[in-house]
Write a protein that binds this ligand. Structure first.
Ligand code: PGA
Length: 256
């Protein structure tokens, strides 16, 4: 465990971090319009937030091309736990690095639910990313049934456990995103207090050397609720789905 070498550096919450998760949306044409809009807005913005977009794999070359030289970084929505070989359909962290990806989302609830990703696999993916030099954005979150059953902390702790087991060095290189499943794409946001409570719980689980990693909130973040969410002590930014597909909304969230 301790002999693993990570090429990505530690991450800290010095600046608000706003990452767009495009999911399976976009086209060469619409991406261009969206990216141009974001770049133009950022040029006139306050630069207070670090901004990034996570695009579908086939568009990474385009995103890299358009965003090169801007302050906006980019990444993927998933990454293989394996380095290379007979894994049809998978994309390795070293491939993502060739397109200068800074980030890879791992363990999004849609992948956990629809692609059977286990908690162990998600931690393996986070480790593969960091080893190659890409910062994992490690998603956790409970379903509505789990929340109603009072299991929020149990569920989050179980999702975090395999990551924590890989050692403090990896945790210090990981962005963690709390995304309650019931808030994703539903228009229902966790209240700032609900989100803060979980974020404080997550931070309490982190090793001393990784206490300052950014903890993002995700789930129906919009321009009108971003400011109150990001104002909470342990919310260091957001992972944005739907609103990241509209340049002015994404920009408004980043300046919230
Ligand atoms: P949403 O998605 O902002 O559309 O709710 C967030 C996410 O799934 O990352």
């Amino acid at each position: 465990m301790t002999d693993v070498q990570y090429k990505s550096g530690p991450v800290t919450r010095s600046k608000t971090l706003v990452i767009g998760n495009w999911k399976m949306n976009g086209s060469l044409e619409s991406n261009r319009t969206l990216l141009d809009g974001i770049v133009a807005g950022v040029a006139g913005g306050d630069g207070k937030a670090t901004m990034a977009v996570c695009a579908p794999f086939p568009y990474l070359a385009q995103v890299a091309d358009v965003l090169a030289g801007t302050s906006i970084s980019w990444g993927a929505q998933d990454v293989s736990a394996h380095d290379k070989g007979a894994y049809t359909g998978e994309v390795s962290a070293s491939m993502l690095l060739e397109f200068n990806c800074s980030w890879a989302i791992v363990g999004h609830s849609e992948r956990r639910a629809m692609h059977g990703e286990t908690v162990e696999l998600v931690a393996d993916k986070a480790q593969a990313a960091a080893k190659a030099g890409i910062t994992p954005v490690f998603c956790v979150g409970e379903s509505l049934a789990e929340r109603e059953a009072g299991q929020v902390q149990t569920v989050i702790a179980a999702q975090l456990a395999p990551l924590l087991a890989k050692g403090d060095e990896l945790v210090a290189r990981t962005v963690i995103a709390y995304e309650p499943v019931w808030a994703i794409g539903t228009g229902k946001t966790a209240s700032p207090e609900q989100a803060q409570e979980v974020h404080a719980f997550i931070r309490a689980q982190l090793p001393t050397t990784a206490k300052e990693v950014p903890l993002l909130y995700g789930g129906s973040v919009k321009p009108d609720n971003a400011a109150t969410l990001f104002a909470m002590d342990d919310i260091d930014g957001g992972l944005i789905g739907g609103a990241a597909l509209v340049a002015k909304d994404f920009l408004a969230i980043a300046t919230a």
